[in-house]
Design a protein around this ligand. Structure first.
Ligand code: NDP
Length: 288
């Protein structure tokens, strides 16, 4: 085995501790706690688990968590009205509407309705535009977490070849934007990419965000590559990533496991974004 296993759980715990310390400073300076509003429409079991753990993590960090649980038949107009109230609520620094939404609601319309200055998920087109143009804004939590893990392995990313597999708005595209901003040479691969192994063969950094269990094979990797596996695939063997872990650890220099890699970073980065939002809104310097 050549690869160092990247401990996302430990890195996320360290970030959460840093956030909690900064929250205490923020509370002392502003007299209030940073506030995160989480909206869940319906009873989707996976979404309910995510919302519960986000609420728990928010409180553990010393922030105020506002949970809004709406029935599955909520109309789009009612959800938009709630978002409008949260946009102007001074106690709310971050707004997160848990996806997916029931079919009667257009998720894009809801994302567009969120004030970009409270868009801690980073899904609003204004957030995407700010990221693409280098303006301060919110970066989606999962790719931001991937970047922190990458920085632990490569403090300087400039000049490295990076291949991002997947081009979704929530992972692949923002990941590519972040790596471009770090001066990597970035290739974005997707389902129409011809000869993915040829691209991976020269990649110092691989970020896999596909959603196909074990599709990236160890023998496709450049020896010593740093591999960040975003994929979460439920199989008969349990949760697995998009990278064939057993093959990849024999070739890579560092790799994230699934579970225990990228996953824990996502909530930690959500807390970080909420703190940053609160600091911007109150004019308090953010220590993160
Ligand atoms: P999407 O389904 O939105 O995007 C998947 C991307 O993979 C698409 O761009 C698609 O290409 C590409 N793709 C599909 N098949 C292939 C292939 N054979 N070769 C190359 N590219 C391919 O997924 P997400 O980005 O939302 O999520 C990706 C994975 O990450 C999922 O497993 C998801 O569960 C996980 N995830 C994990 C998170 C975490 O916290 N750890 C958070 C978010 C997601 P095309 O555009 O051409 O269709």
């Amino acid at each position: 085995m050549t690869a160092t296993i990247i401990d996302g759980k430990a890195r996320a715990a360290a970030l959460r501790a840093d956030v909690a310390a900064e929250v205490a400073r923020f509370r002392a300076a502003s007299g209030r706690a940073p506030g995160l509003a989480v909206v869940l429409v319906g009873e989707d079991p996976a979404s309910a688990v995510y919302v519960r753990s986000k609420g728990r993590a928010t409180r553990e960090a010393g922030m105020a968590g506002f949970e809004h649980r709406l029935p599955v038949d909520t109309s789009q107009a009612d959800l938009l009205a709630l978002v409008a109230r949260l946009n102007v609520d001074p106690a709310v620094d971050g707004i997160l509407v848990q996806l997916p939404l029931p079919p009667q609601i257009d998720a894009n319309a809801v994302i567009l309705a969120i004030d970009p200055d409270k868009d801690v998920d980073g899904f609003h087109p204004v957030s995407a535009g700010r990221l693409a143009t280098g303006l301060p804004g919110f970066v989606p939590c999962t790719p931001y977490g991937c970047l922190l893990l990458l920085h632990d392995v490569h403090p300087r990313l400039a000049g490295l070849e990076a291949v991002v597999v997947g081009r979704s708005n929530i992972v692949g595209k923002p990941m590519a934007a972040l790596l471009t901003a770090e001066s990597c040479t970035v290739t974005v691969a997707h389902s129409r990419t011809r000869d993915l192994p040829a691209h991976l063969a020269r990649a110092d950094i691989v970020v896999a965000a596909v959603g196909v269990a074990g599709m990236i094979r160890g023998e496709w990797l450049k020896p010593g590559a740093c591999v960040i596996d975003v994929g979460i695939n439920r199989t008969d063997m349990g949760l697995v990533g998009d990278v064939d872990f057993a093959g990849a650890v024999e070739v890579a220099g560092a790799i994230t496991p699934v579970p225990g890699g990228v996953g824990p970073m996502t909530i930690a980065c959500l807390l970080r974004n909420t703190l940053v939002s609160a600091c911007r809104r109150e004019g308090v310097e953010a220590g993160l």
